[in-house]
Design a protein around this ligand. Structure first.
Ligand SMILES: NC(=O)C1=CN([C@@H]2O[C@H](COP(=O)(O)OP(=O)(O)OC[C@H]3O[C@@H](n4cnc5c(N)ncnc54)[C@H](OP(=O)(O)O)[C@@H]3O)[C@@H](O)[C@H]2O)[C@H](O)CC1
Ligand SMILES: [K+]
Length: 639
């Protein structure tokens, strides 16, 4: 499958990604070791800490990169990383690979094989259940899904789902391989009676590889998590034969100590949160294992200096009483959670920026330009916390947009008229501040310090300059890229203000070499290129700039409308940026009605008189916030 391998090489070879995979692998290995090998009782709230010897032993048992290295065609990751939608031949190939690897390690394999009804007809699904000690009556379960998203047509059907969830599956296989000698030694000493530990002796590690997690059409309660729904239902009514260690009427589900679900892991710098209070202690234990590893230098890898003992930063968002939980996401754990299983959901949130996008290099040679296609299906539902805006607001804003673009010009004009009393400087200051606040809300500065603020020649470029100044004040390290500066006096003054803040500028040029270099030193892109006055098609030098930004695979936050999108029609020409986050100013434009990323509203300057005049039903801002988050388009559709 040359196209897949080429794609993998291009996307995953970067050292920070490999370092990230490696870190997570170490972390999971160490934590699961603590859980399955060392701890005395699993439901206790403290786990026995790892000694320095334990850590070095775990690091030296096996090279932590070998199995997750996508440039090695023999790695587990390479073997799994093919399009593998449920019911396809490739899905069978991947399943056979997983099963054969685990069988060779002497794990007990059970297949949960069934036919399910999907919107595209009947499909076969097969969950893989791998148990180290089949006689043990209690299970610490580690799980991920091995299917990839189904698409009917080329090129979308080449979608690989690297983080979703090939990398987690490869991590689980690596874990099985790494821990196997320890688990076997433990079993042997228990069998020989040289270790007297009734509780851990009856607990084993179980790996669940779910099939059919992805929706065939759109994520709904019935078109998603086919494998997990089937298994949770089946296990809820399958009783274990009574024995010394199995109490009467104990179901397979009762045998699960904790179900740990890995999803969307493998991209650099994930933010992982605690979602459930009954596994918060486990989450904290993982964070402390991570600290132990990080501080001991175990994450340092190759030439990448960002993971040294002094520099590494945590993947775990600390739990505080003030932390607002977004509730749970629709994923394979839900049917288990609903039946009372204790769950730890380890998922990157926000989702990796490679997620929801297909980034496919088309082969055979000659290589065609990389195409980036928006994925039309999102597959999760976030239950919103109480502090979220009511779900109707986006509909109300967008519902009025037929005339909105004309209105927006008129609102702008009226704001800056004698009756409105505003100057452009004032509006731009508030707009730019809202944009900086959005970036700081989504991308924390210890993980995403280096922001490349890409500014266009119009007022939106001015918003970008204001945002760059505020970001610098907030402690970020912005760099401004403005290939074609606009002529207005206000932009020159804003540039002076940035220079006084010692913000570096990339010299204006039609040559994109400097941009490419700057992207190597960037953590997140702020797209302040074009706003509501953009008229397709994209002209030079921006026709070169937009694909370079997309291909960088860095997270993108767009101002007002993703650059290159038609304000009314959206990304119809497929040349626009594909941002993860959007901060709309004044009111959402019709063109972004189907934007699927996180969507904020800013521009808290529209006075009551204009809101009434233009019948703008804007959501309420909270306190002194300059922004308010809108429910995603997908959530709207689900309501
Ligand atoms: N009330 C508000 O919401 C406020 C919003 N603000 C921000 O301002 C922009 C709108 O600003 P405007 O100056 O009207 O225009 P843009 O920034 O969108 O862009 C105009 C420049 O872009 C060039 N352009 C247009 N189309 C193309 C293209 N296809 N290829 C290349 N270049 C293009 C255009 O070039 P010209 O050669 O045509 O002149 C312009 O130079 C809004 O979206 C908000 O972000 C205000 O800051 C505050 C109030
Ligand atoms: K933009």
């Amino acid at each position: 499958m040359p196209s897949s391998l080429d794609f993998v090489g291009k996307t995953l070879k970067c050292s920070n990604l490999l370092a990230s995979l490696r870190c997570f692998l170490l972390l999971v290995i160490c934590s699961i070791t603590v859980l399955s090998v060392q701890c005395e009782t699993l439901d206790r709230r403290t786990l026995q800490p790892l000694s320095s010897e334990d850590i070095s032993r775990l690091l030296t048992i096996q090279d932590p990169v070998k199995n997750v290295d996508p440039s090695n065609p023999q790695s587990h990751l390479s073997k799994i990383l093919i399009p593998r939608a449920a019911g396809t031949e490739n899905n069978t190939l991947v399943r056979e690979y997983i099963v054969s690897k685990l069988k060779s390690l002497n794990w007990h394999i059970e297949l949960d094989d069934f036919v399910g009804e999907t919107p595209v007809g009947s499909r076969r699904f097969v969950n893989i259940i791998a148990t180290k000690d089949k006689d043990a009556s209690r299970h610490v379960v580690l799980s991920a899904h091995y299917d990839s998203k189904y698409y009917p047509n080329y090129p979308e059907n080449q979608f690989l789902g690297a983080t979703d969830s090939a990398a987690p599956c490869a991590m689980m296989l690596d874990l099985a391989e790494t821990l196997n000698p320890l688990l076997e030694a433990k079993k042997k000493s228990l069998d020989e009676g040289s270790e007297d530990d009734d509780e851990t002796g009856d607990t084993t590690l179980q790996l669940l590889f779910f099939d059919g997690e992805e929706a065939f059409v759109d994520w709904t309660d019935t078109d998603s998590i086919y494998g997990a729904r089937h298994l949770a239902e089946k296990w809820g009514t399958s009783y274990l034969p009574p024995s010394n260690s199995v109490r009467h009427h104990m179901t397979e589900l009762d045998s699960i100590e904790h179900l740990i679900l890995l999803d969307l892991l493998g991209a650099p710098n994930p933010i992982i949160r605690s979602y459930f209070i009954n596994t918060a202690w486990l989450f904290d234990s993982l964070a402390s294992v991570e600290k132990r590893l990080g501080d001991s230098g175990a994450f340092a890898y190759g030439d990448d200096t960002s993971m040294t003992a002094e520099k590494w930063t945590s993947y775990f968002r600390p739990r505080t009483t003030a932390t607002v939980n977004y509730g749970y996401m629709g994923d394979d754990h839900v049917p288990f959670l609903q039946r009372g299983v204790s769950v730890l959901h380890l998922i990157a949130e926000p989702f990796p920026h490679v997620w929801h996008t297909l980034k496919i290099r088309l082969l055979p040679p000659p290589l065609r330009p990389t195409v980036r296609t928006s994925v039309t299906h999102r597959r999760y539902a976030l239950s919103y916390g109480k502090d979220r805006p009511a779900g109707d607001h986006q509909r109300l804003c967008i519902g009025n947009t037929r005339k909105l673009i004309a209105w927006i010009y008129q609102i702008d004009e009226e704001l800056m008229s004698a009756a409105g009393g505003f100057s452009l400087d004032q509006l731009m200051e508030l707009a730019g501040l809202a944009c900086a606040q959005t970036l700081a809300t989504v991308y924390r500065k210890d993980v995403y310090p280096r922001v490349l603020v890409c500014c266009g020649p119009g007022n939106q470029g001015g918003d970008g300059l204001v945002a760059a100044r505020h970001l610098s004040m907030f402690g970020y390290q912005p760099t401004v890229y403005m290939p074609k500066p606009g002529g207005k006096d206000i932009y020159k003054r804003l540039q002076v203000q940035c220079e006084n803040e010692r913000i570096p500028f990339i010299p204006p040029s039609n040559d994109v070499t400097a941009l490419r270099e700057a992207l190597q030193r960037t953590d997140v892109i702020m797209d302040a290129l074009f706003g509501f006055s953009f008229k397709p098609p994209v002209r030079a030098p921006f026709d070169e700039v937009l694909p370079i930004l997309n291909e960088s695979r860095l997270p993108i936050l767009s101002l007002d409308i993703p650059s290159g999108w038609d304000v009314e029609e959206g990304d119809t020409l497929k040349v626009g940026l594909n941002p993860d986050v959007l901060i709309t100013l004044t009111a959402p434009k019709k063109g972004v009605a189907n934007f699927l990323g996180r969507h904020f509203l800013g521009g808290r300057f529209v006075p009551k008189t204009l809101q009434e005049k233009f019948d703008l039903q804007l959501p309420p801002y909270t306190g002194s916030d300059q922004i308010v988050e809108l429910p995603s388009a997908k959530l709207q559709a689900k309501r």
